[in-house]
Design a protein around this ligand. Structure first.
Ligand code: MLT
Ligand code: ZN
Length: 461
């Protein structure tokens, strides 16, 4: 009925109620809620988005913005009769300026397409993560996606030079317009980045591209414990310009090898792996490779590392990366309860041990998969569902465990979401992560942007 009214109000809008489309577009990569949207709409341009928001206000329809649906916190899940606003038809490149090195795209543009566009023009879009082949720029901005190159290039937030968005009243906001300097009051662009579709629907983004980085080397080290990863990183940072620094556990390695039918890269089976990428400009390559061998020798002498593989070709570099990038997909078969935590680097080893101990004490039957962006303090702690445990019961137990984990996170001065967002799954814990005053201000901001609460209700706040 409501869908018919929406069709009357927006006659040129593509509205789909096919059960398969409702299923596929009403969810993200999380598997803890069943999708139940009333409809999925596919706007083709800004004008249609404005009309849709105005109609939704009148009809009291909740709108769930949806990009590549690769989210991991349920931010794009429509489980309560909402209308999903899928950006699949808004994937155009709108403008490119080589002088400014700025690229303007529609929000549904896939992250990998932006990377390719930049590469073809001898430029570089550095935000990179395993889901980049499906994730959209709008979704990246909604959660300020991080990934593997934050160490050098920062987050999606640091890429966004301008935004066009439609707020909950249907007003078009054109924010920052690609400027580098702009001290003319509050920077609303930064409020929208990371707001998970609760303040406005992002329609276009102007992204800052970078010069092509120099050639690089990829080194995988088998390491003996978590604390020595920091020692190793400190050594590596002295002589190399690192562009990525990732870690994962032996269990994660085993899981990827099984899922992708890969051979383990080393004969030994160390408890942790450290994967680093560093610049290797051709004129310095000999000296740098000698230095890498010396660091490795030193690390083995000190008992930090047991083995290492240095990629000898581009192909081998991607093979080494596959061990890290395949983890999320390999783990998905185990309905993982994902914790996306961050702390200051120096506190990471003690934080990881404390989390491990709390899990072992309260739920010894749970297997935990550790991996993450160790270079920037981001730990992905995936609790795997035992095969014989019901999903609802598993989620309940994980939430109980999360209370403990998030208390520890607060004690270590960390964050309960580094890059996946709060969405639906972490909403109940926001008060553990942010102060009462902060949450009150967030609610106030939400009220200003979206007075009727039609934009992604029930997410984040
Ligand atoms: C990753 O680092 O692999 C992504 O954030 C996805 C995940 O955490 O599973
Ligand atoms: Zn990650």
């Amino acid at each position: 009925m409501l869908t018919e009214k929406l069709a009357q109000a927006c006659p040129d809008l593509c509205i789909d109620t096919d059960p398969d489309v409702l299923q596929s577009h009403g969810r993200d990569w999380t598997r803890f809620r069943e999708p139940q949207p009333a409809a999925v709409v596919f706007p083709a341009n800004l004008r249609q988005v404005v009309k849709l928001v105005k109609a939704a206000r009148q009809l009291e329809l909740a709108l769930v913005p949806s990009g590549g649906r690769t989210g991991l916190s349920g931010g794009a899940v429509a489980a309560h009769g909402e209308v999903v606003v899928a950006m699949d038809r808004m994937r155009r490149v709108l403008e490119f300026d080589p002088v400014d090195r700025l690229l303007t795209v529609e929000a549904g543009t896939v992250t990998a397409a932006v990377q390719s566009f930049a590469r073809e023009r001898d430029l570089f879009y550095p935000v990179s993560f395993a889901a980049e082949g499906s994730a959209s720029i709008g979704g990246n901005i909604a959660t300020t996606a991080g990934g593997i190159r934050v160490l050098r290039y920062g987050l999606t937030r640091d890429r966004v030079a301008g935004l066009k968005a439609v707020d909950g009243r249907g007003r078009v906001l054109e924010l920052n317009r690609g400027l580098v300097k702009n001290a003319s009051g509050y920077d609303l662009r930064h409020l929208l980045i990371g707001s998970e579709g609760t303040l406005a629907i992002i329609v276009e983004a102007t992204l800052r591209l970078e010069p092509t980085p120099p050639p690089s080397a990829v080194l995988l080290l088998g390491v003996t414990s978590m604390p020595v990863i920091l020692d190793l990183m400190a050594e590596l940072r002295k002589g190399f310009s690192l562009s990525a620094c990732e870690f994962f556990s032996a269990e994660a390695m085993h899981m990827v090898c099984k899922a992708r039918a890969l051979r383990q890269p080393m004969d030994s089976d160390p408890p942790f792996y450290l994967l680093v990428e560093f610049d290797l400009p051709s004129e310095q390559s000999e000296a740098l490779l000698e230095r890498a061998a010396a660091v490795l020798e030193y690390a083995i002498e000190r008992g930090w590392a047991v083995d290492a593989v240095l990629a000898q070709s581009q192909l081998q570099a991607s093979e080494l990366w596959a061990y890290r990038e395949g983890i999320s997909e390999a783990a998905s078969a185990h309905t993982p309860y994902k914790n996306d935590l961050s702390v200051r680097l120096s506190r990471m080893p003690a934080f990881l041990s404390a989390l491990e101990e709390a899990t072992r004490r309260s739920f010894p039957q749970f297997q935990v998969l550790w991996y993450g962006h160790v270079g920037d303090g981001n730990l992905h702690m995936n609790v795997l569902k035992p095969a014989d445990l019901d999903t609802v019961e598993f989620e309940r137990m994980c939430k109980e465990l999360s209370r403990e984990h998030y208390e520890l996170t607060a004690r270590f001065g960390g964050s309960i979401s580094a890059e996946h967002g709060i969405g639906l799954l972490k909403r109940a814990f926001l008060a553990q992560a942010r102060s009462e005053a902060e949450i009150a201000l967030m609610r106030g901001i939400k009220q200003v942007f979206d007075p009727d609460g039609i934009l992604n209700p029930g997410k984040l706040l």
